[in-house]
Write a protein that binds this ligand. Sequence first.
Ligand SMILES: Nc1ncnc2c1ncn2[C@@H]1O[C@H](COP(=O)(O)OP(=O)(O)OP(=O)(O)O)[C@@H](O)[C@H]1O
Length: 572
Amino acid sequence: MQLIKAFFKQYPAQCLVVWSCLIVASIAEGLSLSTLLPMLSIATGNQSGMVDEKTSDFLTAALHDLAISPTIGTMVLIVLVGLVIKALLTLLAYRQVGFTVAAIATDVRLAFLRALSASRWEYFLRQRTGRLANSISTEASSSASAFQSVAALAALLSQSVVFIGVALLINWRIALLALAVGAVIFGLLKVMVSISRDAGGRQKGLFQQLMSLMTDSLSSLKPLKSMAREGEMDDLLERQTRELNATMRTQVLASEVLKAMQELLIGLVLVAGVAVSLLIWKLQLAEIMVLTIVLARMLTRLSKVQQEYQKLASKEAFYWAMTEAVDEARAAREQPFGSRTPTLTSGIHLAALDFGYGDSRVLEQFELEIPAGEVTALIGPSGAGKTTAVDLIIGLLRAGKGDVLVDGVPLTDIDIRKWRGMIGYVPQDTVLLHDTILNNVRIGNADITEADALWALDKAGASGFVAELEEGANTVVGEHGARFSGGQRQRIVIARALAHRPKLLILDEATSALDPATERAVSQTLRGLGRDYTVLAISHRPTLMELADHVYRIENGKAWRLNRDQASAEAG
Ligand SMILES: Nc1ncnc2c1ncn2[C@@H]1O[C@H](COP(=O)(O)OP(=O)(O)OP(=O)(O)O)[C@@H](O)[C@H]1O
C-alpha cells in the first residue's frame, strides 16, 4: 500500500491518466456486459421473469431514456461500442504505464547518480562498486516494473468493482455469496503472497551481495588466478548464485501454487453454483449463463488482483532498497563551498590543518606551502597522509580544523567546481574507458578539441607510440586499456590531465609505471610546462625528486621541508 502511495505522490498526473482510463474502460466493459442479459431475454423471447425485475426495469428504463429501442441489433451495437471503448482506453492506459515505467527507471537512476556524485568523498569511498552497479541495474528496473504491477492492480480492481456491480444487479444474493467465497479464497491463499514478499526481500539482499562479490573478484582475478587461489572466490560466488536460485524457485513456486489453487477453487465454486442454481434455486438458463460469465470474470479478476499483488510484494523490496540508497546518498551530500572565483598566482597554503578518518588522526597542525608555478614533491612512508593532504587541497575532504588557502582565500569560500576545473589529476591507478585514445583524453570536457588532445598526448610523451598505431589516436584502447602496457596507459592518463591546460597538476605516484627513460622524458615535460603550471607530485622516484623545486617529507601527521642534500639523499 505504501508503495502505491509513493507512486501516487511522485507521479500524480500519470497515475490519474492511467486510473481514469482504466476505470472508464471497466465501466464500458461492464455496460456492454450488462446489455447481454436483456439481449438474451429478447433473443429467447422472454422479457420478464428470468432476471431480477429491478435489473430488467433499470436497463429497459435507461434504454428508454436514451430513446434506444431494445432490439437485438441495438444491443449488439452497445456491446460492441462498449468493448471498443474498453479496448481503446486500455491501450491508452497501458501506453501511459509503459512510458511511466521508463520514466521511473530513468528518474531513480538519475536521482541516484546525482545524489552519488554530490555526496561526500568519504561516503563515496565506503560504497561497494557492485552494490552501486546493482542499484543502477537490478533495483532501478525492478522498482520501475513495480509500477506496472500497481497499474495492473488498479485495472483489475476497477474491473472487479464493475463486475461486482453487474453481478449485484443481476442477482444480489448469488453475487454476495460469490463475493464471500472470493474472500475466503483470498484469505486461504494469503500465505503465498507472504512467501513471495519474503523471497523478494531475500533476493534483493542476495543480488546486492552477489554483484559486490562479482566486481571484487573481477578486479582481483589476475593475482588470485596466478596463485591458483581463485577457488575460494568461485565457491563463494557459486554458493550465492545457488541461494539466489533457491529464492527464485520459491517465488516461482509460490506464484504457480497461487494460480493453480485459485483456478481449482474458482472452478469448483462455479460448478457448484451452476448445479445449485439449476437444481435448487431453479433459475432460468439465460440468467445462469450471464451470471456464470459475470461471476467467472469477477472471481478471475479478483484472483488476478491477488496474483498481481503477489508480484508487487516480490518487487517491493527492490523499490525500497533503491529509495534508501538515494536517501542515504542525499544525506551524505557534500557541504556547500563558497562562490569566489579562484586564482593561483601566489600559491597554496595548508595552514594548521587537523584531519582524521573517524577517530584515527592522520594530520595534526599540518603546515605545507606549495608555491605557484613551481614543482613540489611529497614523499613519506606509506600511510603517512600524502594522498589525504592532496584530497584536502582538491576539496574532496574537509579538515576539522585549519584552512586550505588558495592565493590566501580559504577553499571553503571558493567556487569548488571552478577550482577543480583548474586541476589536472593523475592517479596511481590508471583507469581507461573502452573507447578511443582521443576520447580517453577528452573525457569529461566537451570543450577539449582534437588539437588539444594531440598536444596533451605529445606533452605526456605518448605521441611516439600513438603514431605507430594504424588508427593513431582513434585506436580503441580495449577493456581497461588492455591493449597497452602500464606505462603507455599512464601516459594517456597524464595526457587526460593536461588536455584542459590546468593550473595545478597533481600526480599521485603517477610515474611509477614508467620506465626510467620515459619517466625522465615526462618529468622534463612537466618541468618544461613553465611557470603557468603548478605541479604537486607524490613520488618516491628520484627523477621527479631531483627536478622538484621543493621536497616535503610527510611523517607523523606533519610535513618537513627537505633541503637539497636531504632530498638528494632520499632520491638515493
Ligand atoms: N577512506 C579512509 N577511511 C579510513 N581511513 C583511511 C581512509 N583513507 C586513508 N585512510 C588512512 O589514513 C592514513 C593516511 O592514508 P593516505 O592514503 O593519505 O596515506 P599515503 O601517505 O598516501 O599512503 P600511500 O603512500 O601508501 O599511498 C592511513 O593510515 C590510511 O589507512
